[in-house]
Write a protein of this length. Sequence first.
Length: 276
Amino acid sequence: MTYSQKFFNSANESNPEGELAVNILVGNIIEIATAHANMLGIGNPAMAHLGAGWVLSRLTIEMTRYPKCNTSYVLKTWVENWNRHFSTRDFSVEDEAGNILGYARSVWMVLDMTTHDNFGLAHLSLRDESVCGEPCPIAPQAKHTEILPYLTSESNANPKALKANVPDAEYTFKYNDIDFYRHVNTVRYITILLNRYSLEEFDRNFVNRLELSFLHEGSFGDTVSILRHNSSPLDSAFSLVSHKTGRPVIFARLTLAPRCQMSPVSEKSALDVHVG
């Protein structure tokens, strides 16, 4: 079963290039995932009764182009599979004509809101017909060691071993960075990463692929070092390292592509199924 929702890309949600901003896209991906989970009876209201909540563990997005300002687009989502610990949920992005603009893959877990341990999915009841089983056509996210090949083996114990080749920056999480669960909102991480680029870089290029892996919670008042390694002018890996704990909060990789390579039209989705 797939679930779809139509969105309108207003000027307020567009980037300086007149396209849907990546952070807004991520926010809407989370919104439609939440709506679908609620419809299946396993959303946040059901989780609250168990003292638990869904949290995003990994997110990968790959786009060939983005919706233009003042146009509509459709997000579709489906549960590919799940096991005792994690659920894999996929997404497609279509323009008004039904052309595919990109895909996203995500991995979710249920967290115990008291202990912050993995609550597990064995407590949930998901009907077999709710699992689509259709794989996402983009490549899965690589392991951390492959995303960040410049990390040394001891980097989990000493994140400063990350061989950043771009000067460090720092950021302190503020009130507007914090979400309902009182840790840093996923969309805020995207904004922090995007702000490490210049306007000119995005005038020439667009975000072709984004990989995020969430390792530890970020909290109000925490300061992180933003470590960056450019393996090429269009390929950057990031690690946000907490000053308080010394541990990486997230790993990320952004791959840009020249705007001249932006696809005008992609193939129509084979998953052209709406809520039934």
